[in-house]
Design a protein around this ligand. Structure first.
Ligand SMILES: [Zn+2]
Length: 243
């Protein structure tokens, strides 16, 4: 009986979590991972806002006139509404990264949906605009996320710099970021307080960006918000997702 239950749970986990993960991460099904705009890259920051690092990061972005997209957590947006307004006022895009930093595999569809909706309402009440992009923590979509109709474009990434860990320091992040190519969606973090991350890690990210941003600009790459790509031609993003 116990073996039967274990098998049943594994089958449910496979279809609810593992298969959607493989389809979205591996094959780019119903998600965006990169674009075909080869002179542009999109910087994205997850897990904030954070009262220490997000304002520092905004200053670095301002220094190089770079625009980015922030995937924020609802409960942190509630704690730091002024930072959400500042992100918006400085011309960046705000997306949703769940209400709390939990994998969608661990939650019922309705729980995920209600958390996202509460976060969306909060963002709207703060900046007067609806979020249009969504990224689940760790990119762990569940079956319902993929099958339901949603007002959000689900955005994963094509390049990450492993910046949630301090090991390797600034040189590791610089080395990853210098591999950026046009069309990349780059995953970074402006908070280190989530499971598996290290609290001080965003300091390395910020210092690495101070080195890398002018270098990539010298190569002719422009930094754009995701809505620029999505507004231009959503199919371009959706059809080139195999990388
Ligand atoms: Zn995250």
């Amino acid at each position: 009986m116990r073996t039967m239950m274990t098998r049943f749970c594994l089958v449910i986990l496979f279809f609810y979590g593992v298969l959607p993960y493989l389809l979205s991460r591996g094959f780019g099904w119903k998600v965006i991972k990169k674009s075909t705009h080869l002179s542009e890259v999109a910087l994205t920051f997850d897990d904030g806002p954070n009262p220490l690092y997000t304002p520092m990061l905004l200053d670095i972005l301002k220094k190089y006139n770079v625009k980015a997209t922030f995937f924020v957590l609802g409960y942190k947006a509630q704690l730091y509404p002024d930072i959400i307004k500042k992100i918006h006022d400085e011309g960046h895009q705000i997306g949703i990264h769940n209400e709390a930093h939990l994998p969608n595999w661990s939650m019922r569809p309705k729980t995920v949906q209600k958390g996202v909706e509460r976060t969306s309402q909060l963002i709207y009440s703060l900046i007067g605009e609806r979020a249009t992009v969504y990224r689940p923590p760790w990119g762990m979509l569940n079956a319902y996320d993929l099958l339901k109709k949603t007002p959000y474009t689900i955005v994963l990434w094509s390049l990450m710099a492993e910046d949630w860990r301090i090991a390797g320091g600034i040189p590791k992040i610089v080395s990853h970021l210098l591999k950026s190519k046009g069309g990349d969606i780059i995953l970074l973090h402006d908070c280190g307080k989530t499971f598996g991350a290290q609290e001080m890690a965003p300091m390395n990210t910020i210092q690495a960006l101070d080195i890398v941003l002018p270098e990539l600009q010298d190569r002719g790459l422009q930094f754009v918000k995701l809505d620029k790509w999505i507004a231009k031609d959503p199919r371009i993003c959706r059809t080139d997702t195999m990388g």
